[in-house]
Design a protein around this ligand. Structure first.
Ligand SMILES: *Cc1c(COP(=O)(O)O)cnc(C)c1O
Length: 352
């Protein structure tokens, strides 16, 4: 393949394989589809659209609606079909990418795609931030630092003081700190105020998790107008499909359904956490997301025996430092009951 850039010929496949199972707890999706009245409204909106016409150049209506929803200036909002595409654009614009490890795999993939120098610094024991090393790394030539907070795939929420220290360093040295807040709603913590004050801090958010719109593909960036302008120019024109925009405008008009769902996830997550703490051989980690990371004696075995009982989870044992780990999304209360029953049945102890 002589017409292609050599560094793109050996890209690894994205680490995901589709497996069918009655109880699907492998992708951190919302366990619930949109409330029926909102789905109905979105369909009506879709029917009224002229499908022969292009959508807006840069999803202007959605950006306005998101600006109202978040209290952000519209010039600092960028919307795209999935936050993954924003990650790719940020990595493309970056002179270098800084990351933690283990981490969300798309930062490294995007850096590689773009041919951007990449460095990952391992988390410390207990999944703590290697703050001194990160601050040191951010003293060098500026670049873009991707930090999921709450962190994926560990579920950790980093201390606010550490995020502030990283933000201040970014301001001093010209780095851009991108906090990927895919799981923000489940943590109850919000860095918008800090980001408003610091143009070197940008926030990345998605409709794929708490909003229950994983199938719709939409994410957004809250950044300074300068950063947003650069990233917007990297995205293709007319890039947000009219149908995606119609659905987003509908949920942004009436987003109250999210609160109750987030409360359910938080309550179920804590119930699962407490129950799994009783497991004789599994170690469950505290989580501020809609999933739990669990260390088992053998991830392949845990995965298989749950799948035999109709429950699909995600292996995470390919990450250095996550040997034996599987990740379990929080499901509906009855799915979670069945999960616990299966887990304790496999362990050979009853679950009351
Ligand atoms: C799920 C997730 C996303 C969402 O990506 P989309 O392309 O918006 O679906 C982004 N970052 C992290 C860390 C995630 O876990």
């Amino acid at each position: 393949m002589n017409g292609f850039k050599p560094h793109l010929l050996s890209l690894p496949h994205y680490p995901y394989r589709k497996v069918e199972a009655p109880i699907k707890l492998d992708q951190n999706e919302s366990a619930h589809d949109l409330p029926p009245h909102l789905k109905e409204r979105a369909l009506e909106r879709l029917a009224a659209l002229p499908w022969n016409r292009y959508p807006s150049l840069h999803a202007e209506e959605v950006r306005e609606a998101l600006a109202r929803h978040t209290g952000w200036a519209p010039e600092g909002v960028v919307v795209s079909p999935g936050s993954n595409l924003l990650i790719q654009s940020l990595a493309q614009a970056a002179t270098r990418v800084l990351d933690t490890a283990p981490t969300f795999p798309h930062y490294a993939i995007s850096a590689k795609l773009a041919g951007t120098p990449y460095r990952a610094i391992p988390l410390q024991a207990g999944f703590r931030l290697p703050l001194a090393e990160l601050l040191e790394a951010m003293s060098g030539e500026p670049g873009v630092f991707f930090l999921p907070n709450p962190h994926a795939p560990t579920g950790t929420l980093f201390p606010e003081a550490e995020i502030r220290a990283l933000t201040e360093r970014a301001g001093e040295t010209g780095w851009l700190l991108v906090i990927d807040e895919a799981y923000q709603q489940f943590s109850g913590l919000d860095f918008r105020d800090l980001a408003q004050q610091h143009p070197h801090l940008a926030l990345l958010r998605t409709f794929s998790k708490a909003w229950g719109l994983g199938g719709i593909r939409a994410g957004y960036l809250l950044a300074s107008p300068t950063v947003a302008g650069v990233i917007q120019n990297l995205l293709p024109p007319f890039g947000l499909p009219a149908h995606t925009a119609a659905i987003l405008l509908t949920v942004l008009e009436d987003s109250s359904y999210i609160q109750e769902r987030v409360r359910e996830v938080q309550a179920e997550r804590e119930r699962l956490y407490r129950a799994l703490r009783q497991h004789p051989t599994w170690q469950v980690y505290p989580s501020h997301t809609n999933f739990l990371l669990v260390r088992t004696p053998d991830a392949a075995q845990a995965y298989r025996s749950l799948l035999e009982r109709g429950i699909l989870v995600r292996r995470q044992d390919h990450y250095p430092g996550l040997e034996g780990c599987v990740r379990i999304s929080v499901g509906t209360p009855s799915e979670n009951d069945r999960l616990l029953q299966a887990v304790f049945e496999i362990a050979g102890v009853g679950y009351a």
